[in-house]
Each structure stands twice: as C-alpha cells, then as structure tokens.
Ligand binder design. Structure first.
Ligand SMILES: C[S@@+](CC[C@H](N)C(=O)[O-])C[C@H]1O[C@@H](n2cnc3c(N)ncnc32)[C@H](O)[C@@H]1O
Length: 201
C-alpha cells in the first residue's frame, strides 16, 4: 500500500491529524528535499522525489507489498500534484490518498477571498493559454520558474487588460510574503509562489 499524504503548503502545523498518523506509521518516506527535511523522523528510510518518475515507479513497485510507504505531496496531492501520476500507475486498492490544504486554498484564506467560481490552474511544464484564461474574472495558479508572476503580468499588459495580482510567496513559512499588485509593479523574481488574478470591476 502506498499512502499519498498531502502535507499542505509547507509548515507542519497545516498537516491534518490523519496525515500525521500516516507519516508516523510509515517506514519508507518519499518526498522532495524540502519535505523530507521537514517531515522525516529517525525511523524513516527516505527516497528523494525528483524528475526520475520511471525510477520512482520501479522503486515503489519493488517495495509495495513489504513496506508502509508514504509519498509526501505538497498541498493537496490531486491538485496539480503527484497524486494524479500515482493514480494512473497504481490500482485504487494499492493507493490511499490523504487530502491536504493546497497553496491556493491557503492563499485565498489569507486574503479572505471566496473560492466560488475560481478557475484553478497550473503553469508547471506548460504554457498557459492566457487569451482563454484571462476571460475569467477569478483565476488561481500554481506556478513554475518559467511562467510565474512576471510572465502573468506581461501577458495581462500585452492584452491591455486591467487585473490585480495577489502573489503568495513561501506560504505558511516564516518567510511568507503576500503582495497585492497591479501588473506594472510585479517584479521579475519571487520565491515559490501561487498567484491569484482578479478582475475587480
Ligand atoms: C507541483 S505544484 C503542487 C501544488 C499542490 N498540489 C497544491 O495543492 O498546492 C507546486 C506548486 O505549488 C505552489 N506551492 C507549493 N507550496 C507553496 C508555498 N509554500 N508557497 C507558495 N506556493 C506554493 C507553487 O506554485 C509550486 O510551484
């Protein structure tokens, strides 16, 4: 059995009780360097989650029946996370998925923005279709190093649109910063971030 644990935006206080129990019961812990540094305990053997997904698949298959494996996923595993890939490669009876608080949910909570009618998306490994995306009044995006706040701001300005960007950096961590900016004021670089794009007419 593989348990996929949504660990929330980063700080351990956003782990659910169910996630804490699953991590405590695991002997093998798979996760990013950041997550292993935060959540691994002395009893865990760890395996780094990196771009080698074929390697991870073989590694998991070899251990599936003999170990309590926990895969740590940022935020919620099924919101642009590793949960989708695991659900494609493993049968439902081989997987247990524990939901977590996504970076987007956390950011909306900090700015008291309801998530009704919000369009959720990601720029990871893809170029967003901004013409289509910006037809929505409320968009939330998890971003990557290529298409982040700066690229979003450029896309808005190139189209002559008026939007406000709320950029949540290092959410839940001591270095958290939340910026509310018009596109022209957006900087070129931010730490790990999620972005809300609002058309406030
Ligand atoms: C692969 S996606 C996973 C999203 C995740 N499943 C979720 O529900 O939040 C990773 C992206 O989530 C966002 N993210 C994760 N943790 C974050 C944090 N502490 N602060 C800001 N953004 C975060 C960033 O956009 C990051 O590049």
């Amino acid at each position: 059995m593989i348990t996929v644990v949504g660990v929330g935006p980063g700080d351990a206080q956003y782990l659910t009780c169910e996630a804490q129990v699953a991590i405590a019961a695991a002997d093998l812990l798979v996760g990013s360097a950041r997550h292993i540094a935060t959540f691994a305990c002395p009893q865990h053997k760890t395996h780094l989650l990196d771009a080698d997904l074929a390697g991870l698949l073989a590694w998991l298959r070899r251990r599936l029946d003999k170990h309590h494996i926990v895969v740590l996923a940022s935020g919620d595993p099924l919101l642009y996370g590793i949960g989708k890939w695991l659900a494609v490669h493993f049968a439902p009876q081989e997987l247990r998925i524990i939901p977590g608080i996504s970076a987007i949910q956390y950011l909306c909570a900090q700015i008291a923005l309801d998530m009704n009618d919000i369009y959720l998306t990601s720029s990871h490994g893809r170029t967003p279709d901004f013409d289509w995306l910006l037809q929505h009044d409320k968009v939330a995006m998890v971003t990557d190093a290529i298409t982040g706040p700066w690229a979003i701001a450029q896309a808005i300005m190139q189209r002559g649109l008026r939007r406000n960007l709320i950029i949540g950096e290092n959410l839940s961590l001591p270095t958290e910063r939340i910026h509310r900016l018009q596109p022209a004021a957006v900087a070129q670089r931010y730490d790990i971030n999620a972005v809300v794009i609002l058309n406030e007419r």
